[in-house]
Design a protein around this ligand. Structure first.
Ligand code: ADP
Length: 336
């Protein structure tokens, strides 16, 4: 493995000078085994081969139960993980390049688009516009709004994937946060003539969470409930303590999720077929982002069918629930 021609050749090498490039916590873990506080260890180090090439190596060690001549004995297996580590570094670099590119393009698009939106809004205020012109302006404005939403989603996901979005916990009052989200969404709720209510349990303890990110999570789940529920729907938000977690749910009596789409809801870019027909525009990035962000705070999110109220033929609607631990467990760099 190290390219030495014989055992004697290897024994002439100086461990510290010729072989160990990075010794990690090797001394500490071996000391723990010798002091009998641990029976096994695993640690990662870097070794230099005789030809100078540096290897990433994982050492798996264990203490042998029968000491020889009273001396503790342990055996170590060295696993060469150089290729694996190189592939991981390359994947991380490619992901970073990709998300940097998306961030760059999104930023560049956002500024002129904001200008276009303002201009359209101003033009819409021109008195005495012919009906056809007013309609064209309204359509253009709606398209610009959609683009702004799309760019915001892309930026959010790019930031999250490149590890730039940090979950910084503070004490959060879920009822207060929910009320502010409902306030922000009131125009959309009224436009679609939905009834939206909040019915928390009698006692909802404060939770350690990132207030800004959690607000975005709630906004995402509630806007979906508004979008994917036919006009005049019923949307109910609940919150309460379940074991050592806080659960927060939004339930609608909308189109629900077809059976074949349920396991894919939180995948990047996924949109169910029934959603396409009602809302042709959409990115399929919202729920993906929600899942990743909650995972950073040690939480999770899932979907369940809402029990149908209008008999067996009625569509069941959706319940999206997220759970957060009362004691935060920060998980950085969550895998996909
Ligand atoms: P988008 O809304 O832009 O499509 P999301 O990631 O927020 O992206 O949602 C992904 C998909 O999940 C939606 O396209 C839709 O198929 C489904 N979905 C989300 N929320 C609901 C809901 N409340 N009712 C029914 N389907 C939903």
């Amino acid at each position: 493995m190290l390219g030495y021609s014989s055992k004697a050749d290897l024994l002439r090498a100086d461990l510290a000078r010729d072989i160990y490039v990075r010794s990690g916590d090797r001394s500490a873990v071996i000391a723990a085994i010798l002091c009998r506080t641990e029976t096994s260890f695993q640690t990662e180090v870097s070794w230099r081969r005789k030809d100078g090439l540096v290897l990433d190596v994982v050492l798996h060690g264990r203490r042998l139960s029968r000491p020889r001549r009273g001396e503790p004995l342990f055996e170590v297996m060295a696993e060469d993980v150089t290729a694996r580590r190189r592939a991981e570094r390359e994947t991380a670099a490619a992901l970073k390049l990709q998300s940097d590119f998306v961030s760059f393009v999104s930023h560049q698009l956002r500024t002129p688009l904001t200008g276009i939106r303002w201009m359209l809004e101003l033009a819409q205020q021109t008195p005495g516009l012919p009906e056809e012109t007013a309609q064209c302006l309204a359509d253009a404005r709606q398209s610009a709004d959609r683009l702004v939403g799309l760019i915001a989603d892309m930026l959010n996901v790019a930031r999250c994937e490149s590890g730039k979005t940090r979950w910084v916990p503070e004490e959060v009052d879920l009822a207060e946060l929910t009320a502010s989200v409902m306030h922000e969404l009131r125009p959309q709720v009224e436009q679609r003539e939905h009834q939206m209510s909040f019915r928390p349990d009698a006692h909802v303890p404060r939770v350690q969470a990132d207030a800004n990110l959690l607000r975005q999570v709630m906004l995402n789940l509630c806007s979906n409930a508004i979008k994917y529920t036919p006009v005049g729907g019923e949307i109910t938000i609940t919150a309460g303590l379940r074991g050592a977690e806080i659960w927060w749910s939004v339930r609608d009596n909308g189109m629900g999720v077809p059976l074949e789409a349920r396991s894919r809801l939180f995948e990047k870019f996924f949109r169910a077929d029934n959603a396409h027909t009602v809302e042709t525009e959409g990115t399929g990035l919202g729920l993906y982002w929600v899942r990743r962000i909650l995972a950073q705070g040690g939480g999770r999110v899932w979907w369940q069918p809402a029990p149908a109220k209008g008999g067996a033929s009625a569509s069941p609607g959706s319940v999206f629930t997220f759970a957060l631990p009362l004691q935060p467990t920060l998980v950085q760099g969550v895998a996909q």
